[in-house]
Each structure stands twice: as structure tokens, then as C-alpha cells.
Design a protein around this ligand. Structure first.
Ligand code: ATP
Ligand code: MG
Length: 468
């Protein structure tokens, strides 16, 4: 089979081929680039392997480009990288790897193309394209990767147990590729993952998070999560999520499986947003349900305050998974903490002040919060589901109308702390905060209008009360 080379590639490939001939090193394109091009997926990373010195090849190639690009070399790893237009091209010498049990970092020595293909994780990642004059453009496919691409299969080239034991990150990569490409994992390969799941302990949290985030960004992330769970991997790094699994029954009353519910919400929200952190909010929105679960006689199962418990769990989970602890974590925490508010407002208690408070508390995150709330409606009961959706739409409309009228979102009360200090001639103090809060509350409650005059008058009254 001959790889169909596009015009823009022909130029680059030919120049690499010329450079390879000059330094007399057989050269190939390998791995993800070949896979993605055959699948018709966009790809920017071009990995070039030569039987010889990758750095020498990169230097010879760079000389052929005008202007000569900057070459970044990593002598220790024998690799060199350069950027050309949209492509990031990496050069490395073919190598052979051997592993020890306590590390995923192998001992490396020079090797043949075959050695280099043998060390790759899946058959679809072990394809190579020749850049050599005698067979330029032909595909070298020792493990039938092309057939696996066609049959949409993730299979290890060699014994799966050895493959996963050597580098356990491959277990996550396999599940990630199956999710991204919507492929199936070959049963023997999957059993290999199940058997080697315990080896995950030598993988750093950062690496796990990278793969997990890629799974979360898939079209239907639940599939990847189910595979992670069945493989015995999920519980190792995300026990809070697997704790939501299962249904408990008392006096014939059951609650829903909150693990499956969470995954359904994640799939729902993924149809509407590519914001990774909003997707994370959906994963964590009910995470406190395992600890806030109670059975109350005459009422049934309750999860009172689960949104507060869930929000409190967010920083710890982010920290352990080495996710960013900055604004992104705060954003997720805020959405999780507020996720119950819109839907718990029903026609009977949708007062203007309740809506105003929600606008104020959600602020900039209101739209995302509403996306989360809508995704959260997963009831199997048709009447219940319709009722929830009607209620959701009612609340949305109320929010829109009131926001238009009062402009509470991103709102700052019309009287500032500075104004209070200046008027009363006092320094920054607890009292200033109390007056400020009182003004804000009065506006949110609708007791006074959201305008300077009214707020200033109210400030005088409260000042007398708190300062005398
Ligand atoms: P993506 O770029 O979407 O992450 P990829 O397959 O290109 O997918 P890279 O990490 O860019 O992954 O690696 C490039 C190639 O290197 C892979 O296609 C594979 O052949 C090989 N490779 C990467 N990581 C491993 C690994 N842990 N074990 C074995 N081979 C690997
Ligand atoms: Mg890649």
C-alpha cells in the first residue's frame, strides 16, 4: 500500500529524504502522524525516525529550508525539533528499549526500524512511511496496523501484559485512543489492562490528568470513563467518583445510581460545550452525594446539602489529580456549589429577590451554570423530566427579564467602601463592611432601588445604626 502524499507534504518529505541520503541514514515517518493522516484527522506533530543520528538528520534538513529554522536539540535524548509552518517536526534515531519494573523510563540503545516499531504501544501507532529513494512513500506495517485501523481496533503489537507492565501509561493511552477515535479495545488487550491495572501506581498524577482530560474532551466521554472503570483504573485515581456507583434500596425505595447519572450529565453537557472546566463541573457536581446520602422514614433517600459538600471536595480532588489550582478550580467549585439553585426554584418560590440573588451569586458564570443545570435533567420518568424542563425554562426566562431590568450580573453596589469611609470619616473597619453588606442586601431584597441616591440615603440610616 502506498500512502497518498499531499502536495504540501511532498516538499517536506522530499527534503527530509534528500537529507537522509546525504547522511546515509534510512529514514521514516512513524507513529501518530501516519495513523491520523490515514484516518483523515488533523495532525501537526510529525515524528521522523532514522537509523542513525536524529540530530545530524535534523541539521542536514534544516539547511535546506529558507530561511533556516531554529533547531532545538536535546543531546541527552538524541532528539531535535523544529517548526515549519504549522508542523512541529521531531527527529530521533531508531531505538530499542528495555524496562525495569520500578520505572516507566526504559534503558535505551540504538536499534533498527524494527526495534523502533516494536517499542510502540499499539499496532495503529506502529505504522511507518519510508522516505528512502528505493521505496519512497510506501507503508511499513509489521503488525497489521492498517487492518486494525480499518476494523477500528486498539491492539498491542506484542504481548499486552509485557506492554502494559513496561509502561503502564499505555493502559490510559489505549482507553484514550478508543474514546477519541471511537474504536474498540481488542478483548485480549483489554484483559491485559485489567490484569496490569495495579501497575498504574508508578504513573505520575500529571500524566494521568493529561490522558483523563483528553478523554473528557471526547464527543461521548462516558465511554472512556466506563472503560476506565471496568479496567480497574478509575478507582485508583478517582475514588470519589467510583464511590457514587450503585443503588441502595430500603423498604423497596431505591435511589438512582449517581455514577451513571454523573456520566449522563457529562455526555449531555459535552453536546453543548467544549469548555473542559465546564465539563469538569458536570463530573463533580454530585460528587458529595456518597457522603450526604440519608434515608429518612416517610421521605425516602435524601442528599441534603450535597452541592455544598461537593463544592468543598473540589480543591482536594484538583490537588490530588494535579489539576490547576487557580481560577479554573474556583470556577468549577462555584458552579458545583450553585448547581442546585436554579432548579430548586419552582414557580411557587420564584420571587424577584431569589432571582436577583442567583444573578448576583452566579455573576459571570450564569450562562455556564444554566448549561450545567439543563444537562443535569436526566430523569427517566417522562412526566418528571418534562416538568423539570418547563421549570428550567421558566427560571431562565425570569432570569433574563430581571437581568434586563436590574442589571445585577457583574454588579457592584452603587455605594463603595471608600464612599462610606469618606462620608463618616472613619478608617477601613468591620463597620464599613457591615454597612456595605446591608446596602447590598437591601438592593437584592428589593427594599431599595438599585441606584445611587437610594443607596446613599440607606447608607446614612445604617451608619447611624452601626456607628452609634
Ligand atoms: P497524540 O499526539 O494524540 O497524543 P500520538 O499517538 O501521536 O497521539 P504521541 O505522544 O505524540 O502520541 O507519541 C507519538 C508516537 O510515539 C505514538 O504514536 C507511539 O507510536 C509512540 N508512543 C508515544 N507514547 C508511547 C508509549 N507510552 N509507549 C509506546 N509508544 C509510545
Ligand atoms: Mg502525536
Amino acid at each position: 500500500m502506498v500512502f497518498e502524499i499531499k502536495a504540501y507534504e511532498r516538499k517536506i518529505f522530499s527534503l527530509i529524504s534528500e537529507a537522509a541520503a546525504e547522511i546515509d541514514a534510512p529514514t521514516y515517518i512513524v507513529g501518530g502522524y501516519v495513523r491520523d493522516r490515514i484516518l483523515g484527522r488533523p495532525t501537526k506533530d510529525l515524528d521522523v525516525v532514522c537509523v542513525g543520528s536524529g540530530i545530524e538528520l535534523a541539521k542536514a534538513f534544516a539547511q535546506k529550508l529558507i530561511p533556516v529554522p531554529r533547531l532545538v536539540t536535546y543531546a541527552r535524548f538524541g532528539t531535535a525539533m523544529l517548526k515549519h509552518k504549522d508542523l512541529e517536526i521531531e527527529f530521533v534515531g531508531a531505538r530499542r528499549e528495555s524496562y525495569r519494573s520500578d520505572s516507566r523510563k526504559p534503558a535505551v540503545e540504538e536499534g533498527s526500524l524494527e526495534d523502533d516499531q516494536n517499542r510502540r504501544d499499539f499496532t495503529i501507532n506502529a505504522l511507518a512511511i519510508s522516505l528512502n529513494t528505493e521505496d519512497f512513500g510506501s507503508i511499513i506495517d509489521p503488525f497489521n496496523g492498517l487492518i486494525d485501523l480499518q476494523n477500528k481496533r486498539i491492539v498491542t503489537p506484542l504481548n499486552p501484559l509485557a506492554t502494559f507492565s513496561d509502561d503502564p501509561l499505555r493502559m490510559l493511552r489505549g482507553i484514550r485512543f478508543a474514546s477519541q477515535l471511537e474504536f474498540d479495545i481488542d478483548p485480549v488487550t483489554f484483559e491485559g489492562i485489567q490484569q496490569m491495572a495495579g501497575r498504574l501506581k508508578i504513573i505520575s498524577a500529571e500524566r494521568i490528568a493529561t490522558e483523563l482530560n483528553k478523554i473528557i474532551m471526547c464527543r461521548k466521554p462516558s465511554r472512556g470513563f466506563m472503560m476506565l472503570d471496568e479496567a480497574g483504573l478509575l478507582e485508583q485515581f478517582f475514588p470519589e467518583l467510583t464511590a457514587l456507583k450503585g443503588v441502595e434500596k430500603k423498604f423497596n425505595i431505591a435511589h438512582k445510581d449517581n455514577f451513571l447519572h454523573t456520566l449522563e450529565v457529562l455526555d449531555n453537557i459535552s453536546k453543548h460545550t467544549d469548555n473542559l472546566w465546564l465539563r469538569w463541573a458536570s463530573i463533580l457536581h454530585d460528587v458529595g452525594k456518597a457522603v450526604s446520602k440519608r434515608f429518612q422514614k416517610g421521605v425516602g433517600w435524601t442528599f441534603h446539602g450535597h452541592e455544598v459538600v461537593s463544592a468543598r471536595m473540589v480543591p482536594k480532588i484538583f490537588k490530588r489529580l494535579k489539576l490547576p489550582l487557580d481560577q479554573k478550580m474556583k470556577y468549577v467549585q462555584k458552579l458545583v456549589g450553585l448547581h442546585h439553585r436554579p432548579i430548586s426554584l419552582t414557580k411557587e418560590n420564584v420571587t424577584d429577590s431569589a432571582i436577583r440573588r442567583l444573578l448576583f451569586d452566579a455573576g459571570e458564570e450564569l450562562d455556564d451554570l444554566m448549561v450545567l443545570c439543563k444537562a443535569d435533567i436526566t430523569s427517566k420518568n417522562k412526566d418528571k423530566k418534562e416538568r423539570f424542563i418547563r421549570n428550567y425554562e421558566y427560571v431562565s426566562e425570569k432570569l433574563r427579564v430581571l437581568e434586563e431590568k436590574d442589571k445585577i450580573r457583574n454588579w457592584q453596589p452603587p455605594v463603595s467602601g471608600d464612599m462610606i469611609m469618606e462620608y463618616f470619616g472613619i478608617p477601613a473597619s468591620r463597620e464599613v463592611g457591615m454597612i456595605k453588606t446591608a446596602i447590598r442586601e437591601a438592593i437584592l431584597e428589593g427594599e431599595i432601588a438599585n441606584e445611587y441616591e437610594a443607596a446613599f440615603e440607606y447608607m446614612k440610616i445604617k451608619g447611624e445604626e452601626f456607628l452609634s
